[in-house]
Design a binder for this molecule. Structure first.
Ligand code: SF4
Length: 398
């Protein structure tokens, strides 16, 4: 229940901050945000170029609290990465191995992946997240069989799988249209799509960092088709490498336009470039200030995205906690040490795994309200009043 006094106080506070802003353009943007009006390209750019962190942070926090109050969502999930063998060679990727060097990587069979699912039989996970490299021999029908077998084993488990990059390759190899290919996977059990592979949409930047994989139009079209088939998806942006602010706003603008068209995106997930073990190790990583500013501007610009997520295995748990004051209202999930994508790129989290108790504690330390959700943001449980001692002693939460 929203308390009117606290909402009025919040509006009074943000109005004061906006009134005191000396820059007239930033002040105008602030007034639009308070009125919940859309900001446009040049205004997004002005926020990146001219605004201080405290100003964008206060505005983003105002929007976050207007939409969700203190609620901070997470889910209980695990990942399956079928392979890190990949036909592509993105310059920022620390994870993949070319087919010629596949002995350095891994290739899981359907049975091995099914065994991984069975390991969670007695655990209250709600989602499996399946992404990996683009293996030349793992085709559409291989994955359709995997999906069918997972659903036959555990029908209630939500399967979120395959980046648009993996899907584009699978569909082209099977000589099917995006719609035909998507229907095969959807009917086999694929429930929704993750947001990976978007990187930065600008063609020139794509040429430098991921020249050979699906372009912006292809990525957007795959998500459009999924939405038209009734599936939801997420969207990402890989930031903090060779792109500039114009590229970031352009990226967000294209996603926002598609969301206006379909309404199928759940959450926007900015992903920080990490520089270990890849061909871009000479590029410095962004600072924490730059990270927080990016999250805040995302919250302000992506006005038709219900949620902004900080993916803690990539950002580290302390920075992820901080984002909760800069527009973020979702921290992804428990993960259970089942992804290597960011640990291989040098992220602090070398074995990303949080128990429900730890995740809830992390959120409460930031003075927010932890709410477990399913993949489509249906609330499963609010942990606001749950005792930490009780949680720590129960196998259900550890
Ligand atoms: S980012 Fe994805 S598509 Fe690119 S090389 Fe790595 S695994 Fe392959």
């Amino acid at each position: 229940m929203v308390n009117n006094d606290s909402v009025n106080k919040q509006i009074e506070n943000i109005k004061k901050i906006v009134d005191e802003q000396p820059d007239s353009i930033l002040r105008e943007i602030g007034i639009k945000i308070i009125r919940r009006e859309r900001i446009f390209f040049d205004e997004g750019l002005a926020l990146f170029e001219k605004a201080g962190l405290s100003y964008v942070g206060a505005l983003a926090n105002f929007v976050r609290e207007s939409l969700h109050g203190d609620k901070t969502y997470f889910n209980r999930n695990f990942h399956i990465e079928p392979t890190n063998v990949c036909v592509f060679s993105c310059a920022f990727c620390s994870y993949s191995r070319l087919y010629a060097h596949r002995e350095e990587g891994w290739e899981l069979s359907i049975d091995q992946m099914l065994e991984m699912v069975k390991k969670y039989d007695s655990k209250p996970v709600t989602e499996v997240h399946i992404v990996g490299g683009v293996h030349p021999k793992m085709n559409l029908y291989f994955f359709a069989e995997l999906l069918q077998k997972i659903k036959a084993h555990r029908p209630g488990l939500h399967i979120k799988g395959f980046t648009a990059v993996e899907l584009d390759y699978m569909f082209r190899k099977a000589k099917l249209s995006v719609r035909e290919g998507m229907k095969v996977l959807h009917e086999s059990g694929l429930d929704s799509l993750p947001g990976g592979g978007a990187e930065i949409f600008d063609a020139e930047i794509r040429k430098q960092i991921c020249d050979d994989k699906v372009n912006a139009e292809g990525w957007l079209n795959i998500h459009r088709v999924a939405h038209l088939l009734g599936m939801h998806s997420n969207a990402t942006m890989l930031y903090g490498h060779v792109e500039n602010y114009i590229h970031r706003v352009d990226h967000m603008e294209r996603l926002r336009n598609l969301q206006d068209e379909t309404g199928g995106f759940n959450t926007f997930i900015p992903l920080k470039f990490r520089n270990k073990g890849n061909d871009m190790s000479h590029v410095a990583e962004s600072s924490v200030v730059e990270d927080m500013k990016l999250y805040a501007v995302s919250r302000l610009y992506m006005d038709n995205f219900p949620h902004i997520k900080a993916y803690w295995p990539m950002l580290g748990r302390q920075s992820a906690q901080l984002t909760l004051s800069f527009g973020v209202n979702d921290l992804d999930g428990t993960i259970d040490d089942s992804t290597k994508i960011y640990s291989m790129a040098g992220a602090e989290e070398q074995h990303p795994s949080l128990s429900t108790t730890e995740l809830v504690t992390l959120i409460k330390q930031a003075k927010r309200e932890p709410v477990e959700r399913d993949t489509l943001y249906k609330e499963i449980r609010n942990y606001k009043d749950m005792d930490r001692g009780f949680m720590a002693s129960s196998p259900l939460y550890n």
